[in-house]
Design a protein around this ligand. Structure first.
Ligand code: SAH
Length: 221
């Protein structure tokens, strides 16, 4: 991260440290994931009038009807990816960009897709300001994945998918993992391990609630 006009004070760092302890108590144990949460200033992703909410373990509205995921959920999904340094990771649903920064802090090469143009543009300038130029952001429809950059080691979906889009499995390397919350009102956090080009193994990890994964790009007014 390069110095930015936003300030990360000792107070923010202290709040972040408490947040890390909270999500640790809720069951996140991977030290590298906890270190990434400790490092990324989550308040940079909030409008200044809502800063006091940035270090609660809660999701929060970020405009355009979208939310920044709850820190526990970010940590949980990240842990399920079992990242290794240098992994090529495709994220569906850039939103605020917070999750993408956590992945980048863990040494992943991040490719992230967002279907809301205004959010895509806002997040692109924030991440540039924060010095995360290596995160590649795309405006498009995550149901299609990113065929021209495939295959990926890991794919992470951060919106509620009504079903598992086939292109996302196709674009995984054998040995790769897809993490995706599947369902309408409530989602089951699901992992698909791609064992070979023809074989997959599915696991389920409890209930979550995300904003919906919608087909196609949003129509902008
Ligand atoms: N990962 C985000 C949280 C995302 S909320 C963060 O860290 O803040 C879910 C996001 O998925 C929203 O921004 C929504 O616009 C986006 N989304 C929904 N359907 C999509 C699709 N088909 N393709 C790409 N993005 C999608």
């Amino acid at each position: 991260m390069k110095p930015s006009k936003r300030q990360d004070t000792y107070r923010h760092q202290g709040l972040r440290n408490q947040l890390v302890r909270t999500i640790q108590k809720k069951g996140i144990s991977d030290p590298s994931v906890l270190a990434a949460i400790e490092k990324v200033p989550r308040h940079f992703f909030f409008d200044s009038s809502f800063l006091e909410y940035a270090y609660e373990d809660q999701p929060f509205p970020i405009g355009a009807g979208q939310t920044i995921s709850q820190p526990f959920t970010v940590a949980f999904q990240t842990s399920l990816l079992s990242l290794s340094k240098g992994d090529k990771v495709l994220e569906i649903g850039t939103g605020s960009g917070y999750q993408a920064c956590i992945l980048a802090e863990l040494g992943a090469k991040v490719f992230s897709i967002e279907r809301q143009k205004t959010l895509f543009e806002k997040t692109r300038s924030l991440l540039a300001e924060m010095g995360y130029q290596r995160i590649k952001l795309f405006y498009g429809d995550g149901y299609k994945g990113l065929p021209s950059f495939a295959p990926f080691d890991k794919v992470l979906v951060t919106a509620a998918a009504p079903y598992i889009p086939e292109p996302l499995i196709r674009q995984l390397k054998p040995g790769g993992i897809l993490v995706i919350p599947v369902g309408d009102d409530i989602q089951i956090m699901t992992t698909i391990h791609k064992i070979s080009e023809t074989e997959t193994r599915k696991e389920e990890h409890g209930n979550f609630r995300f904003v919906p994964m919608l087909e196609d790009k949003a129509r902008e007014e």
